[in-house]
Design a protein around this ligand. Structure first.
Ligand SMILES: Cc1ncc(COP(=O)(O)O)c(C=O)c1O
Length: 423
């Protein structure tokens, strides 16, 4: 934030912080959250599956003609799979383990797409045997793995669109341009492999609705051109994931991204099966990390608080995605220390011996002592799934906490039922 930050931006930033604070303190006040913390201590991730359901409804309302497949990689937890399966969502998997998780929750394989562009032949065979019929390729070697696949297997060619503004620009690793895409379609025709359409991923956490629309329009134009030139007919367009989430500052909403996409997609909605693979936007807001202060030190650069979770654990999103999660002192959330003069800038260190393990460098916090809780909302996506056991630290357990976030709605979770560790 600078002096030049426009007033409207400042207002929306304040309102985001206010919202996140209110949500987090409402969650901590619930019987379920209190019971979970009492039983498990910290660090602890509190997962509210109803928030996942709400986000799914939001996506459906914003783009009713799109069939959504949750990208399981964002948070591979059975409570998330359960709630989305129940709501009618499909699933996007990238590995045999993700497929097993989804099938293990009773999901029909017909609702699952496998979108990893490079996979072992054995994994393809197992997915086909389990009933998966939609796969993604972006090179000859991968396409040829499908030569003997059943005739109802449908292949999507992954296109690459550069997105330097995304937190994670996936185009550097996967995807092809128009020329290679045409080559793959021709090769598929020659080898009797059904190329049913195209997929792309604009880049994760992309705060640019127009980029979603442009990539979609470019793909539709390519499809039309190839249909004419090669005499083929495509029936699937997969617009990937990438919907952004407001962490420490506001970004485009689901509705704003949808508003950019609708005019491009809607004319094709009758003819094409339009699918999407959102991950982050469905789960990010549904999980909250509760940590404790385990140490306090004065150093040359000021006050340090050491937490019991860090970059090699649930805050892995800081390391792998350069995400800056909000950090709230629980005593602030409870209104126990509202005197802003008593707050000071502090550094939050993680629990490992590695000096990279710093969660936040300029956190404005009240005086904290060992045992005080520090809480981060919006910790559902790419957190626990990318956490490590570095320094012999166990993965932070995930406790599933009831329905919605309103104190009155949340039932206490029996002690034995709260612990669910991410596989
Ligand atoms: C193929 C594919 N689909 C979907 C996703 C989910 O993307 P996001 O979480 O940005 O919505 C990813 C993320 O890396 C991906 O690689």
């Amino acid at each position: 934030m600078t002096d030049a930050t426009p007033r409207a931006d400042l207002r929306s930033l304040r309102s985001l912080l206010g919202l996140r604070k209110a949500e987090t303190s409402a969650l901590l006040a619930t019987d379920a959250a209190r019971a979970a913390i009492a039983v498990h201590g910290t660090p602890l991730l509190l997962l509210d599956p109803e928030r996942v359901r709400r986000q799914y409804r939001r996506l459906r309302n914003a783009l009713p003609f799109v069939r959504f497949h949750y990208a399981v990689k964002a948070l591979s937890h059975d409570a998330v799979v359960n709630v989305l399966a129940d709501a009618g969502c499909g699933f996007d998997v990238a590995t045999g383990d993700e497929l097993a998780l989804v099938l293990g929750r009773g999901v029909d394989a017909g609702r699952v797409i496998h979108t990893h562009p490079v996979k072992k032949a054995s994994e393809i065979e197992e997915a086909i045997a389990a009933g998966v019929r939609t796969f993604v390729v972006d090179n000859d070697t991968e396409l040829d793995k499908f030569v003997n696949a059943p005739s109802d297997v449908r292949i999507l060619v992954r296109l690459a669109y550069r997105s330097p503004h995304a937190k994670s620009d996936l185009s550097s690793k996967f995807g092809v341009g128009a020329f290679e895409a045409a080559h793959l379609v021709e090769r598929g025709l020659r080898r009797g492999i059904r190329i049913a359409g195209f997929s792309f991923h604009v880049g994760s956490q992309l705060d640019d609705p127009q980029r979603f629309a442009d990539a979609t329009a470019e793909t539709l134009a390519l499809m039309a051109e190839l249909e004419k030139r090669l005499g083929v007919r495509f029936d699937i367009l997969d617009i990937g994931g990438g919907f952004p989430v407001s962490y420490e500052s506001p970004v485009a909403t689901v509705e704003q991204v949808a508003a950019a996409l609708r005019p491009v997609l809607e004319p094709h909605a009758r003819r094409l099966d339009i699918i999407a693979e959102p991950g982050r936007v469905l789960v990010a807001e549904a999980m909250t990390l509760v940590t404790s202060v385990v140490g306090v030190a004065e150093r040359a650069d000021g006050r340090w608080y050491y937490l019991d979770d860090g970059l090699y654990g649930s805050y892995s999103n800081v390391l792998t995605e350069n995400v800056h999660p909000l950090v709230f002192a629980e005593r602030d959330l409870r209104g126990r220390d509202t005197d802003s003069d008593s707050h000071r800038w502090a550094t939050l260190g993680g629990p490992t011996c590695d000096s990279t393990d710093v969660v936040a460098r300029e956190a404005l916090l009240p005086e904290l002592v060992v045992g005080d809780l520090v809480v981060s909302p919006v910790m559902g996506a790419y957190t626990t799934v990318t956490a490590t056991r570095f320094n012999g630290r166990p993965l932070t357990p995930v406790a599933v906490v009831g329905h919605g976030m309103t104190t009155g709605e949340v039932a206490a979770v029996p002690a034995g039922a709260v612990r669910q560790t991410v596989p």
